[in-house]
Design a protein around this ligand. Structure first.
Ligand code: NDP
Length: 332
């Protein structure tokens, strides 16, 4: 079977040579374990952080270690009484065609409740990140203005829609015209700004005549710089991601935002989904209900083929994806 390992720690934007495609034997499950055939692989920006040897909320990948991420697979052999051959399961598994997993580390999915891939996106990791970051830290109120960066991505598109459900006015910032049209026409955003074409500061001033109450930050950098001067008194800023800096060799640590925070008594708070590990069921239930009521929509960019996992990962940094980015490795 094929596996993908981290061959070198990327410097700047990762390149193909940072990864090694290996041919390895398929493991055999022991008692309490199952053998899983990989079907869908989630590619996510946070994996870039795990490729660096730095202290974080999640340990770095070791060199020559199989890369792991959220994976949906099908049980092909079971030595567990909780799983049967044919079950569709979700877990953090390796970038390889087959994985052996302990029964306690995987969860069975019910394809009747929602399309299985939704468990990696809108009702899974990225939807839950949007749900808790926006509702717990952002606390949107009816009529408030919410700005979200990375707006057409997996997290951002969920943030904007949840903010609309809560009665807020929503402005999205994204990198193409197609994405902006998607935000306006499909997801019901009130305004959308193409940061690659427009002057973000003046576009934000126009789109936010009453200032900004919540800034859900997925990207950091100059887009965030443009948002801060428009914050209202007691604004809230859930800091979810900083993808614009993930490939930076030298981090820009300048005091860019303090004055804006002091002037407005704003709250800026970083978080990870791990902070909400005891409340995941609550979030999943709420998201699934909105999805079934038609209040939440989602898009997926599905790349085909194991050999294209790295391409799909690198595409996150050029913005080739709309919504959740996945790689389909095999048929169910
Ligand atoms: P996305 O689906 O949003 O994909 C990444 C998107 O980022 C791209 O499509 C691209 O869209 C945008 N982007 C890439 N480079 C830049 C740049 N230099 N400046 C601005 N935008 C850029 O990924 P996710 O929804 O999975 O993740 C979004 C953010 O949330 C990431 O920063 C991620 O690390 C973070 N995250 C945090 C979690 C947490 O627990 N705190 C959990 C999950 C995600 P465009 O065309 O608009 O540029």
């Amino acid at each position: 079977q094929k596996q993908i390992k981290l061959a070198k720690r990327p410097v700047g934007t990762p390149v193909m040579e940072d990864f090694a495609f290996i041919d390895a034997p398929i493991e055999t499950p022991s008692d309490g374990e199952v053998l899983i055939r990989t079907i869908y692989v989630s590619v996510d920006p946070y994996l870039r952080g795990r490729m660096q040897d730095t202290k974080s909320y999640i340990p770095p990948f070791q060199l020559n270690e199989v890369i792991t991420s959220g994976i949906i697979g099908q049980v092909v052999e079971s030595k567990s009484e909780h799983f049967s051959k044919g079950d569709i399961v979700l877990g953090t598994l390796g970038w390889q065609e087959y994985s052996v997993a302990n029964e306690r580390t995987i969860r069975k999915l019910d394809p009747k409740l929602a399309p299985v891939t939704a468990n990696l996106g809108i009702i899974g990791m990225t939807g839950l990140t949007a749900y808790f970051g926006l509702l717990d830290i952002g606390q949107p109120k009816e009529g408030e203005t919410v700005v979200v960066s990375g707006a057409a991505g997996a997290v951002g598109s969920a943030v904007g829609q949840i903010a609309k459900i809560k009665g807020a006015r929503v402005v999205g910032i994204a990198g193409t015209e197609e994405k902006c049209e998607y935000l306006l026409n499909e997801l019901g955003f009130d305004a959308a700004i193409n940061y690659k074409k427009e002057d973000v500061s003046s576009a934000l001033e126009k789109a936010c005549p009453n200032g900004i109450d919540i800034y859900f930050d997925n990207v950091g950098g100059s887009i965030s710089d443009a948002v801060f001067p428009l914050l209202n008194k007691f604004a809230r800023i859930p800091v979810c991601g900083a993808i614009s800096a993930y490939n930076s060799v030298e981090m820009d640590m300048g005091p860019r935002v303090q004055t804006a925070l002091i002037k407005t008594s704003a709250l800026m708070k970083g978080f990870t989904l791990g902070d909400y590990s005891s409340r995941l069921q609550e979030g999943n239930t709420a998201l699934a209900a909105w999805l079934n009521e038609g209040k939440l929509k989602y898009e997926e960019t599905i790349t085909e083929g194991f050999d294209h996992i790295i391409d799909a990962f690198l595409d996150l940094f050029t913005g080739a994806n709309i919504g959740k980015s996945l790689v389909k490795v095999a048929d169910i």
